[in-house]
Design a protein around this ligand. Structure first.
Ligand SMILES: [Zn+2]
Length: 325
């Protein structure tokens, strides 16, 4: 977690402690200890809420929440606005626009403050200490995810983000809705590619995972995968890695004129996978191999290559060659 997020989280922990909050937090009642609250239409496209009179002496803060947004988003918005009220350097008037792309004219400072308010909201509604207890009793990450969003009354996406900040590396998640990827993500220091939001949900996602958890509720399936951080593949193929690579490229129909470019980009991905683990304490064939699987698999541009039956033989020989040098 970045330092600013950690600080924002600590402010939320203080509020949780002060009011001895337990999920589901009555955030509407809570914010009224700090500010006047009103629900109404907001005539700014995409605005979920507005906080006014933040740290203005002699004036009580005023919070306006968009009355037309869904119930769970209202709860998160309230918690987010409370973050603006509590965090000392959030001052004046702050308009919350949900879609980062619409705010092309705003500064990075704006997004830093938004990110802090989101960290605050996340911790307030889903306190880490409480989430840790859920995780201690439930190994199935998809079920834990569902339980957190139900008990804390947060959206599935907000609960996934909160969980992903707590769980260790080498874990990815996705929500499947009507055959599409609703949202996706990964834990900190996970190298794997995430599934593209709004794309078709691929039934073959993360086939090399150690565990795949899924939980269906209403029209959504929550998926969590534990990926290997160490992996050893058989290097019995008699060919060297260059020959295997040439054979695969020929097999998948890459014209000779394009092969040089493709090989360069494959080398680039291999180099980046190696680079990600090179400076770690457990640098070994097994950690490089696992990093390669995470970097090559589950991305559209390399799917023919990484799904080829000789792909693993290529990785095995390439890694072997790297360590023989
Ligand atoms: Zn905000």
């Amino acid at each position: 977690m970045a330092i600013a997020e950690e600080v924002a989280t600590n402010f939320a922990r203080r509020v949780v402690k002060k009011y001895q909050l337990i999920p589901p937090v009555d955030v509407e009642k809570l914010i009224q200890q700090y500010a006047s609250l009103k629900y109404d239409e907001i005539p700014i496209e995409g605005a979920d809420g507005i906080s006014v009179n933040l740290k203005v002496s002699g004036k009580k803060p005023f919070v306006l929440v968009n009355s037309s947004i869904p119930r769970l988003r209202k709860r998160f918005t309230l918690a987010h606005e409370l973050g603006h009220i509590v965090i000392p350097w959030h001052t004046g008037t702050i308009i919350d626009n949900v879609d980062p792309n619409r705010h092309t004219s705003s500064t990075n400072e704006y997004w830093a403050i938004e990110s802090e308010a989101n960290s605050f909201a996340s911790e307030l509604l889903m306190p880490k200490e409480w989430v840790d207890k859920i995780l201690a009793d439930e190994n199935d990450l998809a079920k834990a995810h569902y339980t957190i969003s139900e008990k804390c009354k947060t959206s599935a996406h907000a609960a996934a983000l909160s969980l992903s900040r707590i769980l260790p590396p080498n874990i990815v998640f996705a929500s499947e809705k009507h055959g599409k990827v609703e949202f996706s993500g990964k834990t900190i220091d996970t190298f794997a590619n995430v599934l593209l939001a709004d794309g078709d949900f691929p039934p073959t996602a993360y086939m090399y995972s150690e565990r795949h958890y899924h939980h269906a509720s209403r029209d959504r399936i929550l998926h969590w995968w534990k990926l290997p951080g160490r992996l050893l593949l058989q290097a019995e193929d008699k060919r060297d890695w260059r020959t295997i690579l040439q054979d695969i490229l020929e097999d998948i129909g890459i014209p000779s004129s394009d092969r040089h470019t493709i090989m360069l980009s494959i080398n680039g991905v291999f180099g980046s996978a190696n680079g990600r683990v090179k400076n770690s304490r457990n640098y070994s064939k097994a950690t490089v191999t696992a990093a390669c699987m995470q970097r090559f698999k589950d991305r559209n541009d390399f799917s023919d290559f990484s799904n080829h039956c000789d792909f693993e033989a290529f990785i095995a020989k390439r890694v072997q060659d790297l360590f023989q040098k």
